[in-house]
Design a protein around this ligand. Structure first.
Ligand SMILES: [Zn+2]
Length: 197
């Protein structure tokens, strides 16, 4: 079995190792109505996609360490100077100035409330979350945007206080490393790998 593709960046270039395209054996497609005659084959293929985070990389690096970074426009000439963004926005949408990274972990822990929610009993392809998925839109004091995430423990209600939990034990470096629970849940009842900090 070949090894899956791996990437590092060194001297400003991608260094790639392993196989980014993997084939598996074809499987025949047979016709059950006609004596199982051959009609075709399946062509299983796996592709490893190189997904770069660009300027958002600090956000993904930090959720696995129990920190939530947002950004703020500090451009003195911006009409909306001081706008604070979570999710992380690299540039201010009003003036296009590069935003300043700010640590919003405490704000999230102390002021997060459910703004709205939806519960999904089915999911799309490649979903890794347990169903039903309780998607929540979260509002924070002093933050101008709303963050979409998912509730791991508790039943969502509008206005409910929630606190962040982090996949710190085995981070995936994706957005699912950040989740939320109803305030007051015992640390031992958190999902596997998740901690409060
Ligand atoms: Zn701005």
């Amino acid at each position: 079995m070949a090894s899956f593709g791996q990437v590092t960046v060194k001297n400003g270039s991608y260094k790639i190792k392993g196989d980014f395209h993997q084939m598996r054996e074809n499987v025949p497609i047979r016709n059950a109505d006609e004596g199982w005659r051959l009609m075709g084959v399946t062509n299983p293929r796996d592709i490893t996609h190189i997904h770069m985070y660009g300027g958002e990389a600090p956000f993904f690096e930090n959720i696995g360490k129990g920190k939530i970074l947002g950004t703020r426009c500090d451009n003195p000439k911006c009409e909306f100077k001081g706008t604070t963004n979570l999710p992380f926005r690299i540039h201010c949408p009003d003036c296009l100035y590069k935003n300043t990274i700010v640590d919003l972990t405490d704000v999230c822990k102390k002021t997060a409330r459910i703004h709205s929610f939806m519960v999904c009993k089915r999911s799309g392809a490649f979903n890794s979350l347990e169903k039903p998925i309780k998607f929540i839109n979260i509002e924070f004091e002093g933050v101008d945007t709303i963050l979409m995430s998912y509730l791991s423990v508790g039943d969502p209600k509008i206005g409910m206080r929630v606190v962040p939990i982090f996949q710190t034990l085995a981070p995936t470096y994706t957005i699912v490393d950040l989740s939320w629970v109803e305030e007051g849940v015992d640390a031992k009842d958190l999902p596997m790998g998740f901690t409060y900090a």
